[in-house]
Design a protein around this ligand. Structure first.
Ligand SMILES: [Zn+2]
Length: 298
């Protein structure tokens, strides 16, 4: 059995994954915002409580926003900024009194889907998170790739290709990152900009499916534009690593139309006459990240 922890910006989730790959216990707590020692304590308490219910003593895998710097061994690129500059793996190993493995949350997501999810059995897989942010993870020859700078798969902060740039600022300090066009919140912002109506992503999708009114047509056009931008920018991944499977996760991956539109539009951009790359939804949905953290001890 393995313990997986997903350290998110608002909540910390802890699961026990059984030897038959079932989650046999799940517990959550709020993330102490901006409080590093509080975060360590919260994780320690979660593990203690878990082990009082499920009597186990096993290593812990943790998925984090950000990555460990190869140079300093400390966290970088985390949007939970209290983690930045901290030796989180060593500090957690100390408070938990056991070895701890740590990986970027999008890497955990991708690893989970390769281990026993939608990309099980595939050799080369690109995992994409399209949610509040946009991230990615890469598995090559069934190995999770961290990369020389610890940023393998960070596709969301490439500049958007194939479409005019609009000098849109990204929180990372750069402009026109893919995230500023393809995240869930930006799907809503762009709809408001184009059609002067504020709707949630869910409302836009419901409207697109609702019929032939002018509002429904606007929503359909917006969804189609999103799918085309996603396809065009996944093409950069396909032309370089040519994965067997692309797995989509995060809130936007629940839009079923994407699995028909994206493969169709990929053909317009990729450098190949035939495309065998599968584009599939994550099997484990929102649980993929925390399952992948546990699978770090595969
Ligand atoms: Zn960015």
């Amino acid at each position: 059995m393995k313990i997986g922890i997903d350290l998110g910006g608002t909540k910390i989730e802890c699961v026990v994954l059984s030897d038959s790959n079932e989650i046999i216990h799940r517990q959550r707590t709020a993330t102490p915002k901006g409080n590093y020692s509080g975060t360590l304590n919260a994780i320690s308490t979660l593990v203690q409580q878990t082990e009082s219910i499920v009597p186990i003593d096993c290593p812990v895998g943790v998925g984090i926003p950000g990555t460990l710097s190869g140079e300093t061994g400390k966290v970088k690129n985390a949007n939970s900024t209290c983690l930045i500059g901290q030796a989180l793996d060593k500090d957690l190993a100390n408070v938990l009194n056991r070895p701890v493995r740590l990986a970027n949350d999008a890497n955990c997501f991708t690893w989970s889907e390769v281990c026993d999810g939608a990309a099980q059995g595939a050799n080369t897989v690109f995992g994409v998170i399209i949610g509040t942010g946009v991230g990615g993870g890469l598995v090559v020859n069934k190995h999770l790739v961290n990369g020389n700078n610890g940023i393998a798969g960070e596709w969301g902060h490439n500049p958007l290709n194939h479409f005019p740039h609009e000098s849109r600022d990204c929180y990372c300090g750069k402009q026109d990152c893919i995230e500023t066009y393809l995240s869930g919140p930006n799907f809503e912002v762009r709809f408001t900009e184009k059609f002067d109506e504020h709707l949630s992503s869910h409302e836009i999708i419901c409207l697109a499916r609702s019929g032939e009114t002018s509002n429904a047509v606007n929503a359909k056009v917006h969804l189609d534009d999103y799918a085309r931008r996603l396809a065009a920018n996944l093409t950069g991944i396909i032309n370089i690593i040519d994965p067997d499977v692309i797995v989509l996760g995060g809130g936007m991956s629940n839009i079923s139309e994407l699995y028909e539109l994206v493969p169709r539009y990929i053909k317009d951009y990729v450098f190949s006459d035939t495309i065998n790359t599968k584009v599939v939804p994550a099997k484990h949905g929102d649980s993929s990240g925390v399952r992948g953290a546990a699978w770090l001890w595969k």
